[in-house]
Design a protein around this ligand. Sequence first.
Ligand code: 2RA
Length: 293
Amino acid sequence: MTTVGIIGINGMVGRNVQAQLQKIKHPFELKTFGRNDEIPALDIAVLCTDNPVSAALVPQLKDRVRFMVDMSSQFRMTPRIPLVIPEINPQTITGDTHLIASPNCTTTGLVMSLAPLRDFYHIQEIFFCSYQAISGGGKKLLDDFHTLGSLYAENCVPLIGSIQDNGHTSEELKGLYETRKIMDWPQVKVYCHTVRVGVENSHSLGITIKAQENFDLEQVKKLWNSFPHLAYSDDIITPKQASGKEETFICRLRVDVEDPKIIHYFVTFDNLLKGAAMNGRQIVELLLERFFK
Ligand code: 2RA
């Protein structure tokens, strides 16, 4: 029987990944481990650990585990390590793959909206502002949010991750570099602000994109609605409605007032599901289907 292990079962990501893996139809044996436990030989390990722990575990497990799926950001930008969203770039996982990285949640919502358009529009520039939920900051931030005097109560805070030497935050740089890697668009321009808002769950993004071609709004809606786990609606969709759902929701599509090569729209999605645990589950499903049938 194929064995799948979750390492880091005691954290929020580990528990969410466990709930997601229990939905998989393909037969396998699920084992769970704390981050300091001894890990036996496994077919697939999902590392629900922070960057330093993932960095230490990957070389240790190399000879004992056939495939590792890392939920941290430690290896996302390492060349030759696929950064995978199964709806978008499953082909980047091959028989030689050993480690797969699962992307940043905010980037995931962005690229889910871009991927269906890629065969029809040459997208050159992307601007987004994020409205990121408290749950993305982890359990402690969520607990603090529920206590009196939280900075995030009825507030928005334009700082996610840490400010880098160039003045951008680590979250903003993930939006740039991970988008380029997942979409295989090394030249695309990504301009962004990332902001934490007093919303318990589900991240949102206000997005503007510029292509070489004029946009046909009806075609764009059709492309979005025929893409897996993506749903466009002419109605307003809010993070509350997206919470607990597997779809990335898009609304408010409109063409720019002055430039038909520019569109604006709003995206909202459950950051703990498609932005993390569900994407991890989909990668495991893909591995089970492709390599353990
Ligand atoms: C956040 N994107 O929302 C991060 C989660 N890793 O803080």
